[in-house]
Design a protein around this ligand. Structure first.
Ligand code: IMP
Ligand code: MG
Length: 182
Protein backbone atom coordinates (compact mmCIF):
# COMPACT_ATOMS: atom_id res chain seq x y z
CA UNK A 1 0.00 0.00 0.00
CA UNK A 2 1.24 3.46 -0.85
CA UNK A 3 0.21 6.55 0.98
CA UNK A 4 0.62 9.79 -0.81
CA UNK A 5 -0.26 13.34 0.05
CA UNK A 6 -2.14 15.29 -2.58
CA UNK A 7 -0.65 18.56 -3.81
CA UNK A 8 -2.99 20.65 -1.68
CA UNK A 9 -2.42 18.43 1.41
CA UNK A 10 -6.11 18.42 2.27
CA UNK A 11 -6.60 14.73 1.63
CA UNK A 12 -4.57 11.58 1.16
CA UNK A 13 -4.76 8.83 -1.43
CA UNK A 14 -4.27 5.18 -0.54
CA UNK A 15 -3.97 2.48 -3.17
CA UNK A 16 -6.92 0.10 -3.42
CA UNK A 17 -6.26 -1.69 -6.74
CA UNK A 18 -2.86 -1.72 -8.45
CA UNK A 19 -2.38 -1.29 -12.20
CA UNK A 20 -1.48 -5.01 -12.37
CA UNK A 21 -4.67 -6.04 -10.58
CA UNK A 22 -6.71 -3.84 -12.91
CA UNK A 23 -5.03 -5.32 -16.00
CA UNK A 24 -5.72 -8.85 -14.76
CA UNK A 25 -9.40 -8.07 -14.16
CA UNK A 26 -9.76 -6.41 -17.58
CA UNK A 27 -8.30 -9.53 -19.20
CA UNK A 28 -10.69 -11.80 -17.28
CA UNK A 29 -13.71 -9.63 -18.14
CA UNK A 30 -12.70 -9.61 -21.80
CA UNK A 31 -12.51 -13.42 -21.85
CA UNK A 32 -15.96 -13.65 -20.31
CA UNK A 33 -17.37 -11.10 -22.77
CA UNK A 34 -15.85 -12.94 -25.75
CA UNK A 35 -17.38 -16.19 -24.53
CA UNK A 36 -20.84 -14.66 -24.02
CA UNK A 37 -20.99 -12.81 -27.36
CA UNK A 38 -19.70 -15.74 -29.42
CA UNK A 39 -18.02 -13.64 -32.10
CA UNK A 40 -20.92 -11.21 -32.61
CA UNK A 41 -20.07 -7.56 -33.11
CA UNK A 42 -20.39 -5.55 -29.90
CA UNK A 43 -21.33 -1.88 -29.87
CA UNK A 44 -19.51 -0.63 -26.78
CA UNK A 45 -20.73 2.59 -25.27
CA UNK A 46 -18.36 4.44 -22.97
CA UNK A 47 -20.01 6.68 -20.44
CA UNK A 48 -17.66 9.67 -20.34
CA UNK A 49 -15.54 10.78 -18.81
CA UNK A 50 -14.81 8.19 -16.13
CA UNK A 51 -14.66 5.10 -18.34
CA UNK A 52 -12.27 6.39 -20.99
CA UNK A 53 -9.26 4.35 -19.84
CA UNK A 54 -11.32 1.30 -18.98
CA UNK A 55 -12.93 1.10 -22.43
CA UNK A 56 -9.58 1.74 -24.10
CA UNK A 57 -8.13 -1.30 -22.33
CA UNK A 58 -11.28 -3.38 -22.72
CA UNK A 59 -11.63 -2.98 -26.51
CA UNK A 60 -8.02 -4.01 -26.92
CA UNK A 61 -8.45 -7.05 -24.64
CA UNK A 62 -11.58 -8.49 -26.29
CA UNK A 63 -11.23 -10.54 -29.44
CA UNK A 64 -14.84 -9.92 -30.51
CA UNK A 65 -15.25 -7.27 -33.21
CA UNK A 66 -16.29 -3.98 -31.65
CA UNK A 67 -17.52 -0.56 -32.60
CA UNK A 68 -17.37 2.27 -30.09
CA UNK A 69 -19.52 5.24 -29.29
CA UNK A 70 -19.50 7.70 -26.43
CA UNK A 71 -22.06 9.48 -24.37
CA UNK A 72 -21.75 11.91 -21.55
CA UNK A 73 -24.22 12.24 -18.75
CA UNK A 74 -24.32 14.74 -15.99
CA UNK A 75 -25.89 14.33 -12.63
CA UNK A 76 -26.38 17.29 -10.40
CA UNK A 77 -24.84 16.92 -6.99
CA UNK A 78 -21.74 17.46 -4.94
CA UNK A 79 -18.24 16.36 -5.93
CA UNK A 80 -18.67 13.03 -4.20
CA UNK A 81 -22.40 12.26 -4.34
CA UNK A 82 -24.91 12.28 -7.19
CA UNK A 83 -28.40 13.68 -6.79
CA UNK A 84 -30.27 11.30 -9.05
CA UNK A 85 -31.17 13.98 -11.59
CA UNK A 86 -29.53 12.87 -14.83
CA UNK A 87 -29.11 14.92 -17.99
CA UNK A 88 -27.60 13.92 -21.35
CA UNK A 89 -24.69 16.24 -22.16
CA UNK A 90 -23.53 14.39 -25.24
CA UNK A 91 -25.70 11.85 -26.97
CA UNK A 92 -24.53 8.84 -28.98
CA UNK A 93 -23.70 9.39 -32.62
CA UNK A 94 -24.64 5.90 -33.79
CA UNK A 95 -27.98 4.16 -33.97
CA UNK A 96 -28.10 1.23 -31.56
CA UNK A 97 -31.23 -0.34 -33.08
CA UNK A 98 -30.77 -4.11 -33.49
CA UNK A 99 -27.17 -3.93 -32.21
CA UNK A 100 -25.58 -5.86 -29.36
CA UNK A 101 -24.92 -3.03 -26.97
CA UNK A 102 -22.53 -3.17 -24.04
CA UNK A 103 -22.49 -0.13 -21.77
CA UNK A 104 -19.08 0.41 -20.20
CA UNK A 105 -19.30 2.35 -16.95
CA UNK A 106 -16.68 3.40 -14.44
CA UNK A 107 -18.69 3.05 -11.24
CA UNK A 108 -22.19 2.06 -10.33
CA UNK A 109 -22.87 3.78 -7.02
CA UNK A 110 -26.51 4.68 -6.30
CA UNK A 111 -27.35 3.12 -9.66
CA UNK A 112 -29.41 6.13 -10.73
CA UNK A 113 -27.15 7.13 -13.63
CA UNK A 114 -27.21 3.63 -15.01
CA UNK A 115 -30.93 3.17 -14.48
CA UNK A 116 -31.70 6.33 -16.49
CA UNK A 117 -29.24 5.42 -19.22
CA UNK A 118 -30.55 1.87 -19.44
CA UNK A 119 -34.14 3.06 -19.91
CA UNK A 120 -33.07 5.60 -22.50
CA UNK A 121 -31.15 2.96 -24.47
CA UNK A 122 -33.90 0.34 -24.27
CA UNK A 123 -36.25 2.84 -25.95
CA UNK A 124 -33.92 2.74 -28.96
CA UNK A 125 -34.48 -1.00 -29.39
CA UNK A 126 -31.05 -2.62 -29.28
CA UNK A 127 -30.94 -6.37 -30.03
CA UNK A 128 -29.40 -6.91 -26.60
CA UNK A 129 -28.26 -4.58 -23.84
CA UNK A 130 -25.72 -5.51 -21.21
CA UNK A 131 -23.78 -3.51 -18.68
CA UNK A 132 -20.16 -3.71 -17.67
CA UNK A 133 -18.76 -1.67 -14.81
CA UNK A 134 -15.23 -1.43 -13.56
CA UNK A 135 -16.40 -0.83 -9.98
CA UNK A 136 -19.58 -1.95 -8.30
CA UNK A 137 -19.98 0.17 -5.18
CA UNK A 138 -22.83 -1.24 -3.19
CA UNK A 139 -23.26 0.87 -0.06
CA UNK A 140 -25.51 3.57 -1.57
CA UNK A 141 -27.45 1.52 -4.14
CA UNK A 142 -31.04 2.74 -4.44
CA UNK A 143 -32.05 0.93 -7.65
CA UNK A 144 -31.90 -2.74 -8.53
CA UNK A 145 -30.38 -2.19 -11.96
CA UNK A 146 -28.69 -5.40 -13.11
CA UNK A 147 -24.98 -5.30 -13.91
CA UNK A 148 -23.68 -8.12 -16.12
CA UNK A 149 -19.92 -7.68 -15.77
CA UNK A 150 -18.15 -6.33 -12.69
CA UNK A 151 -14.44 -5.57 -12.44
CA UNK A 152 -14.24 -5.02 -8.70
CA UNK A 153 -16.79 -4.79 -5.92
CA UNK A 154 -16.35 -2.52 -2.97
CA UNK A 155 -18.58 -1.42 -0.16
CA UNK A 156 -17.99 2.26 0.44
CA UNK A 157 -15.39 4.99 0.00
CA UNK A 158 -14.60 7.56 -2.68
CA UNK A 159 -12.01 6.45 -5.22
CA UNK A 160 -9.92 8.08 -7.93
CA UNK A 161 -7.51 7.05 -10.67
CA UNK A 162 -7.70 5.00 -13.88
CA UNK A 163 -10.18 7.51 -15.29
CA UNK A 164 -11.99 8.33 -12.07
CA UNK A 165 -11.88 11.85 -10.74
CA UNK A 166 -12.30 13.93 -7.65
CA UNK A 167 -13.31 17.35 -9.01
CA UNK A 168 -11.67 16.47 -12.36
CA UNK A 169 -8.34 15.56 -10.80
CA UNK A 170 -6.48 12.24 -10.64
CA UNK A 171 -8.00 10.66 -13.79
CA UNK A 172 -4.45 10.07 -15.01
CA UNK A 173 -3.34 7.79 -12.17
CA UNK A 174 -2.57 4.25 -13.39
CA UNK A 175 -4.02 2.64 -10.26
CA UNK A 176 -7.15 3.14 -8.17
CA UNK A 177 -6.87 4.91 -4.84
CA UNK A 178 -9.21 5.76 -1.97
CA UNK A 179 -9.49 9.43 -1.10
CA UNK A 180 -9.30 9.98 2.62
CA UNK A 181 -10.01 13.16 4.53
CA UNK A 182 -12.61 14.74 2.23
P1 IMP B 1 -24.68 6.84 -9.44
O1 IMP B 1 -25.75 7.46 -10.28
O2 IMP B 1 -24.82 7.22 -7.99
O3 IMP B 1 -24.58 5.33 -9.60
O4 IMP B 1 -23.34 7.54 -9.87
C1 IMP B 1 -22.40 6.92 -10.58
C2 IMP B 1 -21.40 7.93 -11.10
O5 IMP B 1 -20.92 8.79 -10.05
C3 IMP B 1 -20.20 7.20 -11.63
O6 IMP B 1 -20.36 6.88 -12.98
C4 IMP B 1 -19.08 8.17 -11.35
O7 IMP B 1 -18.96 9.08 -12.44
C5 IMP B 1 -19.52 8.91 -10.12
N1 IMP B 1 -18.91 8.30 -8.93
C6 IMP B 1 -19.53 7.54 -7.98
N2 IMP B 1 -18.68 7.13 -7.04
C7 IMP B 1 -17.47 7.61 -7.41
C8 IMP B 1 -16.14 7.50 -6.83
O8 IMP B 1 -15.91 6.86 -5.79
N3 IMP B 1 -15.15 8.14 -7.50
C9 IMP B 1 -15.36 8.83 -8.66
N4 IMP B 1 -16.56 8.96 -9.24
C10 IMP B 1 -17.62 8.35 -8.61
MG1 MG C 1 -19.64 8.00 -14.61
Amino acid sequence: MTNQSSPNKKHTLTQLFSAEEIAARVKALAAQIDKDYGGQEILMIAVLKGSFLFIADLVRAVESPTVIDFCRLASYGSATQSSGIIEIRKDLEMSIKDKHVLVVEDIVDSGQTLESLRNMLLNRQPATLRICTLIDKQAHRVTNVQVDYVGFSMDDGFIVGYGLDFDERYRDLPDIRVVEGV
